[in-house]
Design a protein around this ligand. Sequence first.
Ligand SMILES: *[C@@H]1O[C@H](CO)[C@@H](O)[C@H](O)[C@H]1NC(C)=O
Ligand SMILES: *[C@@H]1O[C@H](CO)[C@@H](O)[C@H](O)[C@H]1NC(C)=O
Ligand SMILES: *[C@@H]1O[C@H](CO)[C@@H](O)[C@H](O)[C@H]1NC(C)=O
Ligand SMILES: *[C@@H]1O[C@H](CO)[C@@H](O)[C@H](O)[C@H]1NC(C)=O
Length: 254
Amino acid sequence: MAALLNSFLFISLSLLIFTTAPTLAQSVAPGPTAPPNNITAILEAGGQYTTFIRLLTSTRVDVQLNSQLNNSFNGLTCFAPTDNAFNQLPAGTLNKLTEQEQIEVVLFHVLPRFYTMAMFATTSNPVNTQASGSDGADTLNIISSTSQVNISTGVVNTTITNTLSSSFPLAMYSVDKVLLPYSIFGAKPPAPAPSPKAAKSSNKTPSSAKAPSSSESAGGTGDSNSGINSKGRAMQWTTSFVGLILTSVIFRIF
Ligand SMILES: *[C@@H]1O[C@H](CO)[C@@H](O)[C@H](O)[C@H]1NC(C)=O
Ligand SMILES: *[C@@H]1O[C@H](CO)[C@@H](O)[C@H](O)[C@H]1NC(C)=O
Ligand SMILES: *[C@@H]1O[C@H](CO)[C@@H](O)[C@H](O)[C@H]1NC(C)=O
Ligand SMILES: *[C@@H]1O[C@H](CO)[C@@H](O)[C@H](O)[C@H]1NC(C)=O
């Protein structure tokens, strides 16, 4: 009985240390001296990204990314299309998308880690984006030489024209084209009305490689995109953590 109690307390304690570690690191981190972890602020300073800013804020992805930056050990990389890039799209391209697809397009411009220009030379393709689900859709091919970094979505090719931010945790690069995901803009007719089961991600190509992710399908909130996925996972951790604490308290009382 005592051994059982001890092991419960040990697990609870380990979890406590494990879950508070990022918080501690965050409170120690130098706040005001570092450049702001604020994607829209950096874009505003750039002066030619008003459409991308509007898209980031209307989808609320800016809030998600900013808070991810605050808590991220890997950092983020963002490809920012210029206003000119959005102007090149056929009229109504964005307005025709559902809200979920707009979120997907924005997240498609974000990589879940910090890349310097030099690091692109050693990335292996395909590169996951924040829009990549467990099925591996919505990836980019990035090919770089000493002087150029080319990005291909399978629908558009573009090249990095300018560096807007290169200090960890946020790398931000300007691009001359909107990165259109193949899963939405690829050469195929628009998907028919989703069946209840396909509602999970109506805009993604069904993939036979989905099998390993079957455990994920139980997570209620983890379906719309990877950012929300990690939030859902954090929620699960918190829930099991609280559960363990309660269990150990009960064991202590009886
Ligand atoms: C980020 O910057 C924008 C524009 O500069 C500002 O409106 C917003 O409040 C900032 N967000 C945070 C979390 O500081
Ligand atoms: C990020 O952290 C800074 C300071 O730690 C804080 O001022 C800011 O509001 C945070 N932003 C978000 C989006 O959580
Ligand atoms: C990048 O694309 C440009 C234009 O299509 C091409 O000329 C160049 O060779 C490409 N660079 C690399 C490293 O693939
Ligand atoms: C993008 O570049 C690849 C080769 O790098 C080429 O095969 C493909 O046709 C290009 N696609 C477009 C839309 O230009």
